[in-house]
Design a protein. Structure first.
Length: 203
Protein backbone atom coordinates (compact mmCIF):
# COMPACT_ATOMS: atom_id res chain seq x y z
CA UNK A 1 0.00 0.00 0.00
CA UNK A 2 1.12 3.57 -0.69
CA UNK A 3 2.51 5.63 2.17
CA UNK A 4 -0.01 8.42 1.54
CA UNK A 5 -2.88 5.96 1.97
CA UNK A 6 -1.48 4.70 5.26
CA UNK A 7 -0.90 8.26 6.51
CA UNK A 8 -4.41 9.37 5.56
CA UNK A 9 -5.86 6.33 7.34
CA UNK A 10 -3.88 7.18 10.49
CA UNK A 11 -5.14 10.77 10.41
CA UNK A 12 -8.70 9.53 9.87
CA UNK A 13 -8.78 7.16 12.86
CA UNK A 14 -6.84 9.48 15.20
CA UNK A 15 -9.90 11.56 16.27
CA UNK A 16 -11.86 8.35 16.90
CA UNK A 17 -9.06 6.95 19.05
CA UNK A 18 -8.81 10.17 21.08
CA UNK A 19 -12.57 10.32 21.70
CA UNK A 20 -13.27 9.26 25.31
CA UNK A 21 -14.80 5.79 25.32
CA UNK A 22 -14.82 2.62 27.44
CA UNK A 23 -11.22 1.71 26.59
CA UNK A 24 -9.64 5.07 27.42
CA UNK A 25 -11.77 5.46 30.54
CA UNK A 26 -11.01 1.93 31.74
CA UNK A 27 -7.24 2.40 31.34
CA UNK A 28 -7.41 5.86 32.92
CA UNK A 29 -9.45 4.55 35.86
CA UNK A 30 -6.97 1.72 36.47
CA UNK A 31 -4.05 4.12 36.33
CA UNK A 32 -5.80 6.43 38.75
CA UNK A 33 -6.67 3.65 41.18
CA UNK A 34 -3.64 1.35 40.84
CA UNK A 35 -0.72 3.26 39.34
CA UNK A 36 1.39 2.95 36.19
CA UNK A 37 1.68 -0.86 36.23
CA UNK A 38 -2.09 -1.21 36.46
CA UNK A 39 -2.57 1.26 33.61
CA UNK A 40 -0.19 -0.65 31.33
CA UNK A 41 -1.56 -4.09 32.22
CA UNK A 42 -5.00 -2.72 31.34
CA UNK A 43 -3.61 -1.14 28.15
CA UNK A 44 -2.03 -4.39 26.97
CA UNK A 45 -5.31 -6.19 27.61
CA UNK A 46 -7.23 -3.58 25.61
CA UNK A 47 -4.75 -3.80 22.74
CA UNK A 48 -5.08 -7.61 22.75
CA UNK A 49 -8.81 -7.17 22.26
CA UNK A 50 -8.16 -4.95 19.24
CA UNK A 51 -5.68 -7.47 17.84
CA UNK A 52 -8.40 -10.12 18.10
CA UNK A 53 -10.78 -7.77 16.26
CA UNK A 54 -8.17 -7.30 13.54
CA UNK A 55 -7.67 -11.04 13.01
CA UNK A 56 -11.40 -11.76 12.98
CA UNK A 57 -11.97 -8.86 10.60
CA UNK A 58 -9.35 -10.21 8.21
CA UNK A 59 -11.16 -13.56 8.36
CA UNK A 60 -14.47 -11.94 7.41
CA UNK A 61 -16.18 -11.12 10.72
CA UNK A 62 -16.69 -7.47 9.72
CA UNK A 63 -18.72 -8.62 6.72
CA UNK A 64 -20.89 -10.82 8.93
CA UNK A 65 -21.47 -7.95 11.37
CA UNK A 66 -22.48 -5.64 8.53
CA UNK A 67 -24.87 -8.25 7.12
CA UNK A 68 -26.44 -9.14 10.45
CA UNK A 69 -26.54 -5.98 12.66
CA UNK A 70 -28.16 -7.94 15.51
CA UNK A 71 -24.71 -9.38 16.34
CA UNK A 72 -23.24 -5.88 16.52
CA UNK A 73 -25.93 -4.69 18.93
CA UNK A 74 -25.59 -7.86 21.01
CA UNK A 75 -21.87 -7.16 21.39
CA UNK A 76 -22.62 -3.56 22.30
CA UNK A 77 -25.01 -4.45 25.14
CA UNK A 78 -22.70 -7.13 26.47
CA UNK A 79 -20.09 -4.37 26.64
CA UNK A 80 -22.49 -2.05 28.49
CA UNK A 81 -23.25 -4.77 31.04
CA UNK A 82 -19.59 -5.64 31.58
CA UNK A 83 -18.40 -2.05 31.99
CA UNK A 84 -21.31 -1.36 34.37
CA UNK A 85 -20.17 -4.35 36.42
CA UNK A 86 -16.63 -2.95 36.62
CA UNK A 87 -17.98 0.49 37.59
CA UNK A 88 -20.09 -0.97 40.40
CA UNK A 89 -17.08 -2.88 41.78
CA UNK A 90 -15.00 0.30 41.85
CA UNK A 91 -17.77 2.31 43.50
CA UNK A 92 -18.31 -0.39 46.14
CA UNK A 93 -14.57 -0.39 46.80
CA UNK A 94 -14.72 3.39 47.25
CA UNK A 95 -17.31 2.93 50.00
CA UNK A 96 -15.28 0.36 51.93
CA UNK A 97 -12.52 1.18 54.39
CA UNK A 98 -9.26 -0.72 54.61
CA UNK A 99 -9.63 -2.64 51.35
CA UNK A 100 -6.11 -1.95 50.06
CA UNK A 101 -5.60 -5.66 49.26
CA UNK A 102 -8.26 -5.36 46.57
CA UNK A 103 -5.81 -3.65 44.21
CA UNK A 104 -3.17 -6.38 44.56
CA UNK A 105 -5.81 -8.91 43.58
CA UNK A 106 -7.11 -6.81 40.68
CA UNK A 107 -3.72 -6.52 39.02
CA UNK A 108 -3.73 -10.25 38.28
CA UNK A 109 -6.96 -9.77 36.31
CA UNK A 110 -6.32 -6.44 34.57
CA UNK A 111 -5.26 -8.05 31.31
CA UNK A 112 -8.48 -10.07 31.13
CA UNK A 113 -10.60 -7.07 32.08
CA UNK A 114 -8.87 -4.90 29.50
CA UNK A 115 -9.33 -7.55 26.83
CA UNK A 116 -13.05 -7.91 27.50
CA UNK A 117 -13.53 -4.13 27.69
CA UNK A 118 -12.11 -3.61 24.20
CA UNK A 119 -13.43 -6.82 22.65
CA UNK A 120 -16.97 -5.92 23.73
CA UNK A 121 -16.55 -2.29 22.66
CA UNK A 122 -18.21 -1.60 19.27
CA UNK A 123 -15.85 1.34 18.59
CA UNK A 124 -13.13 -1.03 17.46
CA UNK A 125 -15.51 -2.88 15.16
CA UNK A 126 -16.74 0.42 13.71
CA UNK A 127 -13.22 1.02 12.40
CA UNK A 128 -13.42 -2.26 10.48
CA UNK A 129 -17.03 -1.80 9.38
CA UNK A 130 -17.12 1.86 8.35
CA UNK A 131 -13.59 3.23 7.93
CA UNK A 132 -11.05 0.55 7.03
CA UNK A 133 -12.87 -0.78 3.91
CA UNK A 134 -12.55 2.65 2.27
CA UNK A 135 -8.75 2.34 2.26
CA UNK A 136 -8.54 -1.17 0.83
CA UNK A 137 -7.71 -1.78 -2.84
CA UNK A 138 -9.78 -4.73 -4.03
CA UNK A 139 -7.14 -5.49 -6.67
CA UNK A 140 -4.64 -6.56 -4.01
CA UNK A 141 -4.61 -9.00 -1.08
CA UNK A 142 -7.53 -7.76 1.05
CA UNK A 143 -6.59 -9.72 4.18
CA UNK A 144 -3.01 -8.40 4.21
CA UNK A 145 -4.17 -4.82 3.65
CA UNK A 146 -6.69 -5.20 6.46
CA UNK A 147 -4.02 -6.45 8.85
CA UNK A 148 -1.62 -3.64 7.87
CA UNK A 149 -4.22 -0.94 8.45
CA UNK A 150 -5.27 -2.63 11.67
CA UNK A 151 -1.64 -2.59 12.80
CA UNK A 152 -1.54 1.19 12.34
CA UNK A 153 -4.78 1.65 14.28
CA UNK A 154 -3.60 -0.62 17.11
CA UNK A 155 -0.15 1.02 17.36
CA UNK A 156 -1.68 4.49 17.69
CA UNK A 157 -4.07 3.16 20.37
CA UNK A 158 -1.17 1.59 22.28
CA UNK A 159 0.78 4.85 22.58
CA UNK A 160 -2.14 7.22 23.17
CA UNK A 161 -3.83 4.97 25.74
CA UNK A 162 -0.51 4.31 27.42
CA UNK A 163 0.25 8.03 27.61
CA UNK A 164 -3.15 8.84 29.12
CA UNK A 165 -2.95 5.92 31.54
CA UNK A 166 0.46 7.13 32.73
CA UNK A 167 -0.86 10.66 33.28
CA UNK A 168 -3.78 9.40 35.35
CA UNK A 169 -1.44 7.11 37.30
CA UNK A 170 0.63 10.17 38.19
CA UNK A 171 -2.52 12.03 39.26
CA UNK A 172 -3.51 9.06 41.42
CA UNK A 173 -0.10 8.93 43.08
CA UNK A 174 -0.32 12.64 43.83
CA UNK A 175 -3.50 11.83 45.75
CA UNK A 176 -1.51 9.62 48.11
CA UNK A 177 -1.60 5.91 48.95
CA UNK A 178 -3.57 6.25 52.20
CA UNK A 179 -6.90 4.48 52.54
CA UNK A 180 -8.67 7.81 52.15
CA UNK A 181 -6.72 8.55 48.99
CA UNK A 182 -7.41 5.04 47.66
CA UNK A 183 -11.15 5.42 48.26
CA UNK A 184 -11.12 8.84 46.60
CA UNK A 185 -9.33 7.43 43.55
CA UNK A 186 -11.69 4.44 43.37
CA UNK A 187 -14.67 6.79 43.48
CA UNK A 188 -13.37 8.82 40.54
CA UNK A 189 -12.40 5.65 38.66
CA UNK A 190 -15.86 4.17 39.20
CA UNK A 191 -17.44 7.42 38.01
CA UNK A 192 -15.33 7.33 34.84
CA UNK A 193 -16.47 3.78 34.11
CA UNK A 194 -20.08 4.72 34.82
CA UNK A 195 -19.78 7.53 32.28
CA UNK A 196 -18.29 5.08 29.79
CA UNK A 197 -21.16 2.62 30.26
CA UNK A 198 -23.83 5.32 29.86
CA UNK A 199 -22.07 6.79 26.84
CA UNK A 200 -21.81 3.36 25.19
CA UNK A 201 -25.47 2.62 25.89
CA UNK A 202 -26.67 5.92 24.40
CA UNK A 203 -24.53 5.78 21.26
Amino acid sequence: MEFNTLLFFALTVLPLICTPGPDILFISSQGLAGGIKSAWFANIGVISGYITHAILSALGLATIMATYPIFFYLLKWLGVIYITYLAIKMLISACQKGQLTLHADKKTHLFRKGFLTSFLNPKGLLVYLAILPNFINNQNDIAMQSLLLSGIFITICLFIYGFLGTIFAYIGLKGGLSDKGRRYNDGIAGSLLTFAAVNLALN
